[in-house]
Design a protein around this ligand. Structure first.
Ligand SMILES: [Cu+2]
Length: 85
């Protein structure tokens, strides 16, 4: 299980964009998104952390790799980059 913190993921549309981007490079990947904590957890089948990170980046977001168990960093939500504005 790989986890990224994606602070510019702000709504359901962002979630589906990121999910689509991941599935585009890894069709069988399990993608779990927690919008409240801005975490994207991926169980990859045919991709690694750097490929997934790049796919999310190419979708227009800024993934930060999270090591297992690390506490979420509290910070203000950036207002730029949301697909819905
Ligand atoms: Cu959005």
């Amino acid at each position: 299980m790989l986890t990224f913190e994606v602070n510019d993921m702000t709504c359901g549309h962002c979630v589906s964009s990121i999910t689509r981007a991941v599935r585009a490079i890894d069709q069988g990947a399990q993608v779990t998104v927690d919008l409240a904590t801005r975490r994207v957890s991926i169980e990859p089948t045919a991709s690694d952390r750097s490929e997934l990170s790049q796919a999310i980046r190419e979708a227009g977001y800024s993934p930060v790799p999270v090591e297992g168990g690390a506490a979420p960093v509290k910070r203000a939500a950036p207002r730029r980059g949301c697909c819905c504005r």
